[in-house]
Write a protein that binds this ligand. Structure first.
Ligand code: SAM
Length: 258
C-alpha cells in the first residue's frame, strides 16, 4: 500500500504510544481523573459511538456481520459492536492503545441475555460470571491487532474509522479514505472534525496557544473534500450526522458504493 501517512504517521504513532495514550485512555475511560474539557470530549465521543451503533443497527441486526474498526483506540466502539454479535476485527497503529483495548475486552466479556444487544450495563463486574454463563450468551470479543490502517487488507461487510482523520491533512486523508473503501463491501463510516467557519475559528484561536506536542495538531476536513474523495473511488454518502458538545465536534458520514 502507498505510504499515505508520511512523516505525520510516525509522529502520530509516537504520540499515541506515549503522552497521547495517557491522555486518551483517560478520556475514553470512566474514571474521574479528567478535567472539564476532557469530560466534555468524553461525552461528545460517546455520542459519536452511540450514533454509529444506531446507524449500523438501523440497517438490520449486526449478528455475524464482519466489521473492521480501523484506528480502534481503546475499543470504545469495537467492544460494543462485538456485544451486538458482529465479528469484529479491530486494529490501531499504537501498541499501547491495542493493549488497553485487549484489557478492556477481557474485563467486559459477557453480555446480558435479557436485552441481548449490549445496551445494558450488566457486566462481569456487576453479575457473577457463572450467573451470566448459565443463562446468557458468551460474547466473541474483537480480534485486536497493532497495524496502521494503510496496511490493512481483506474484505469486510462494514468498515468504520472514527476520529482518526483528524490527525492527517486532507492530502493524506484522500488516500486513507480510498484504502478504507477498498476494504469494504457494503458500507464505510467515517467521523472527522468538520471544517466549518466556527470550528476553523476556534482552531485558529487554539493555535495562538500551541500545546507542547505538535502531534496534538488537529486537521479539519471539509465535508465536500471527504465526499469528493469517496466519489473518486465510486462511493457516495447515504447518511450524515453531526455531534457537537462544547469542545468536541464530529461529522459522521455513512458511505455506500454509488
Ligand atoms: N477510533 C477510536 C475511537 O473513536 O474511540 C480512537 C480515536 S483516537 C482520537 C485516534 C486513534 O487513531 C488512536 O488510537 C491512534 O493511535 C489511531 N491512529 C492514528 N493514525 C493511525 C493510522 N494511520 N492507522 C491506524 N490507526 C491510527
Amino acid at each position: 500500500a502507498e505510504e499515505v501517512g508520511g512523516g505525520d504517521k510516525e509522529v502520530v504513532r509516537e504520540y499515541f504510544n506515549n503522552s497521547g495514550f495517557q491522555r486518551w485512555r483517560k478520556i475514553y475511560g470512566e474514571t474521574d481523573e479528567v478535567n472539564r474539557v476532557q469530560k466534555d470530549i468524553r461525552l461528545g465521543h460517546s455520542q459519536t459511538v452511540e450514533n454509529v451503533l444506531k446507524m449500523l443497527k438501523d440497517e438490520g441486526s449486526l449478528e455475524g456481520v464482519s466489521v473492521c474498526d480501523a484506528g480502534c483506540g481503546t475499543g470504545c466502539l469495537a467492544i460494543p459492536l462485538a456485544k451486538e454479535g458482529a465479528v469484529v476485527y479491530a486494529s490501531d497503529i499504537s501498541a499501547a492503545m491495542v493493549a488497553e483495548a485487549e484489557k478492556q475486552s477481557g474485563e467486559d466479556s459477557f453480555r446480558c441475555g435479557e436485552c441481548n444487544h449490549g445496551c445494558c450495563t450488566y457486566t462481569s463486574t456487576v453479575m457473577a460470571k457463572e450467573q451470566l454463563q448459565a443463562g446468557r450468551e458468551k460474547v466473541v470479543m474483537p480480534k485486536f491487532e497493532v497495524k496502521d490502517l494503510e496496511s490493512l487488507n481483506g474484505k469486510y461487510d462494514t468498515v468504520v474509522c472514527l476520529d482518526v482523520l483528524i490527525h492527517y491533512p486532507q492530502s493524506k486523508a484522500d488516500g486513507m479514505i480510498a484504502h478504507l473503501a477498498s476494504l469494504s463491501e457494503n458500507r464505510l463510516l467515517l467521523s472527522f472534525a468538520p471544517k466549518t467557519f466556527y470550528y476553523d475559528l476556534l482552531k485558529r484561536v487554539g493555535e495562538l496557544f500551541p500545546g507542547p506536542s505538535k502531534a496534538t495538531r488537529a486537521y479539519l476536513h471539509a465535508e465536500a473534500d471527504v465526499e469528493r474523495a469517496l466519489k473518486k473511488v465510486g462511493w457516495k454518502i447515504r447518511k450524515r450526522g453531526l455531534i457537537t458538545t462544547q469542545f468536541y465536534f464530529a461529522r459522521l458520514v455513512e458511505a455506500i458504493p454509488a
